[in-house]
Write a protein that binds this ligand. Sequence first.
Ligand SMILES: Nc1ncnc2c1ncn2[C@@H]1O[C@H](COP(=O)(O)OP(=O)(O)OP(=O)(O)O)[C@@H](O)[C@H]1O
Length: 346
Amino acid sequence: MGSMFSPLTKNIGIDLGTSTIQVYVEGRGIVMSEPSILATDERNRKIVAVGHAAETMLAKSPETVKIHKPLQNGIIADYNVTRTMLGYLLSKAVRSVQRLRIMVGVPAAASNVEKRAVVEAIFQAGAKEAYLIETAAAAALGAGLPVYDPIGSMVIDVGGGTTNIAVLSLGGIVISRSIHLGSQDFDQAIRDYIRQEYAVVTDDETIEEMKIHNGSAVLPLEDRGYYFTGRGIDDGLQREVGVKASEIYRVMGKPLVKILDLVQAVLRETPPELSADIMEHGIVLTGGGAKLHGMDQLFSQELGVPVALSPEPEMAVALGTGRALQDREKLGALVEGVERIYRRRF
Ligand SMILES: Nc1ncnc2c1ncn2[C@@H]1O[C@H](COP(=O)(O)OP(=O)(O)OP(=O)(O)O)[C@@H](O)[C@H]1O
């Protein structure tokens, strides 16, 4: 029997996200969800913290500590840091010495060089078999869409740094697109706005909280304020500022329109018989960014198609990579052009 049936082989699915790394282990589910952050001591280049522990150092790290965010827009921006971070997280997630078979999601727009960097990082982190799948396809599998059926299914995965969109049918990708734009761009839009409008700056955690608690893709019914203490850009003094939900709603418009434009382009390119299925069954939203209040409502209004947020949307990609590993023979046979799944065995 080949390695495929070896009981010592562990199937692992990874969402190597710009904001979060999630690890799925077959039989155990998602065992890890950690911020994609690593902290090093600049004096000796040693790792001092990874994931949540490194995140807590963001605001108050001493000068000797350097914070690394090695993933940008869903791809590897710093190979060495990514490899180290992956190796560390995997050793925490899978303690016993086993043969690792790993599947990772990558954006549709990733170049071959970028894909190779991911594959190499997986091998360096300890994998014996490595597979890649487009992020949106993984999201569709993870969200439980009927991707093997002879009907069209559409998914929009809004992550931290990328949005991945795909139409799938008969176990294959019919159309897929990705854009370097995600929930971190909502943060940036808020950051720019309070700087321009209120002449203050504040930390990333406050911006994130403002987005989560007061952000909305549709005009909020209740125009409540979000109050925080910022630092004046002219005088450096602390100042209390209140930002209304309606202001944040207006700020979110620009990045949301860009995502909507891409979704509309994908729908225009979709063969009519599959569009009819999508019109009937709707579009599923996944990814942490899709949790922005009212995003499903906005997309549904603008596209004229039912849109639903998947349960636990931020877990869909990791779950889907795990499912894709289990189904990989089926996917290999059904996905047209096996080039969409890259594999390499040792
Ligand atoms: N309620 C919310 N509203 C808006 N954004 C949210 C909400 N909750 C979480 N997010 C955002 O979701 C993002 C993380 O989502 P996810 O884990 O799907 O992204 P990722 O996989 O790390 O990124 P990418 O797919 O771009 O590589 C973060 O930017 C976070 O701020």
